[in-house]
Design a protein around this ligand. Structure first.
Ligand code: GLU
Length: 506
């Protein structure tokens, strides 16, 4: 039989449909996919739904959508089929039964009739006596006649694999090398449940063999049971695949990453305004490195350089701040302008108030996109930063927001500065020069004339024109808003300030 490593590369992502995939789980898909694409091999998806009690409806769709959003494609899968289908385990039950029968016939497995109560009592005893947990029960040595009779009668039972009791088992993990365990520590695990569904221990060798998986890439949580799994692979006569147990991801407090550390489902990141390429990059380098300094990689570059061997067995720590930073880097530097405008537009379509006509003005988005990319880390910040561009009128913020620092107790001064600005800009338009350089020159000139610090004047103008303290750069913003609305907003704010002042005086 060929050595596993000589086979063409075929790797898989084999999620169970227990809900949305979280980031730790999806990183396995990313790494496996990169390896397949790096080697020119294949990547497929298999749905492991043999534990029907844990199935959550809609999971498969969410899983596939998460992959798609990240830019991961698959060559075969439950939705598209392929030469080794079906790719959903519950549709492959006869194959597992046939394998279980083969193991029973070869005396590699036996039927176990122990009841839940008996198993619970066994566990209690093991706890009390401090002995090895697991199944060390009587059914392994039941008389063949009794077994046949009870099975015939339809007594509920499971099928257990008969682990060797002496010697050792050695298997190889690509990242860790050979691992050897004493066989006396391996208990007889269930391979076929009483409902005739297989457990993972039986289903995955049957499928990974049939589907020609070269590398079983899976989470480290499977490492403890791997020695028992390889016994099953061997008993079925299948050449062993290369095992790659991928390290866990830790939260900031050193515990296994979970919701409580702020880790989210993949599609929640999408919702919150992360870019798929940024999350993909971030997760790829969480536990994998090319060298000691490179952090930003395009998909193409990763496909070029990614090797499973470079995965670290030490658990990596999830750093939320770094993810946000990286997202900002992607927004600023690694997204073509038209794609970025498209992302902004999609978000604005969804989030702008309903009175803004749809579809929203795309050319407007293209105009301000270059101005805000420097200031945005998450797409979810966009709408609040630019909504005023889409509104015909802006309600100025309350007077006390204007009347701070230089303008404290000087509503009249602020109002007349705004009126002067309106006048100067209106005049500018008459000369046909409405452009951000000219706007800036006019306002600086005005500040000079009024003996104001430029910043004190600009703050008033910014609040008046946008309604906000934090906005895209002021002169470019006015340029895009246009002379009419700019002048009107400056005047509105001025009259609002005067009204407030006179109301206060009364
Ligand atoms: N269904 C298993 C899980 O979701 C997959 C393990 C594997 O990849 O073999 O943990």
């Amino acid at each position: 039989m060929p050595e596993a490593t000589e086979r063409p590369v075929r790797v898989r992502y084999a999620p169970s449909p227990t809900g949305d995939p979280h980031v730790g789980n999806i990183r396995q898909a990313i790494w496996s996919w990169l390896y397949a694409r790096h080697t020119g091999g294949q990547f497929y998806v298999r749905l492991e739904d043999t534990d029907q009690s844990r199935s959550v409806p809609g999971s498969l769709e969410r899983i596939l959508e998460s992959l798609r959003w990240l830019g991961i494609d698959w060559d075969e899968g439950p939705d598209i089929g392929g030469p080794y289908g079906p790719y959903t385990q519950s549709e492959r039950l006869p194959l597992y039964r046939e394998a279980a029968d083969r193991l029973l016939a070869g005396d590699y497995a036996y039927r176990c009739f122990c009841t839940t109560e008996e198993l619970a009592a066994m566990r209690e005893r093991q706890k009390a006596e401090g002995t090895l947990p697991g199944y060390w029960g009587v059914c392994r040595d039941l008389d063949a006649g009794v077994v046949a009779e009870r099975a015939q009668r339809g007594d509920p039972h499971v099928v257990r694999f008969k682990m060797p009791r002496e010697g050792t088992t050695t298997f190889n993990d690509l990242l860790r090398g050979d691992i050897t365990v004493e066989n006396r520590t391996l208990d007889d695990m269930v391979i076929l449940k009483s409902d005739q569904f297989p457990t993972y221990a039986l289903a995955h060798p049957v499928d990974d063999h049939a589907m020609q998986t070269s590398h079983v890439t899976r989470g480290e949580e499977w490492l403890p049971s791997a020695p028992r799994h390889v016994r099953i692979w061997d008993a079925l006569g299948y050449p062993r695949p290369t095992f790659v147990h991928m390290p866990v991801i830790l939260g900031a407090d050193g515990g296994k990453l979970s919701k409580r550390h702020g880790a989210k489902f993949v599609l929640e990141y999408a919702e919150e305004g992360y870019l798929p390429d940024a999350l993909f990059n971030f997760l790829t380098i969480l536990g994998w490195a090319l060298d000691d300094h490179t952090e930003i990689f395009s998909h193409e570059r990763l496909i070029e350089v990614f090797e499973l061997n470079d995965i670290s067995v030490n658990p990596a720590t999830f750093d939320q701040q770094k993810l946000e930073w990286m997202n900002g880097v992607y927004v600023r530097e690694h997204t073509p302008e038209d794609e970025l405008a498209e992302m902004f537009a999609r978000r604005l379509e969804r989030e702008l108030p309903p009175d803004v006509p749809r579809p929203i003005d795309r050319s407007l988005v293209e105009e301000f996109a270059p101005l805000i990319r420097e200031r945005v880390r998450l797409l979810s910040e966009v709408t609040d930063l630019v909504d005023f561009f889409f509104q015909p009128e802006v309600t100025p913020p309350p007077a006390e927001i204007f009347l701070q620092k230089r303008w404290k107790d000087d509503a009249e001064g602020a109002a007349s500065a705004l009126d002067e600005a309106a006048k100067a800009l209106d005049r500018l338009d008459d000369t046909g020069e409405w452009a951000h350089e000219a706007i800036e020159a006019v306002l600086r000139d005005l500040a000079d004339r009024l003996e104001l610090k430029p910043g004190d004047l600009f703050t008033l103008c910014r609040l008046a024109v946008t309604g906000k303290r934090i906005t895209p750069p002021l002169f470019e913003t006015m340029d895009i808003v246009g002379v009419g609305p700019t002048v009107e907003r400056l005047r509105n704010a001025a009259s609002m300030l005067r009204e407030t002042a006179s109301a206060g005086a009364r």
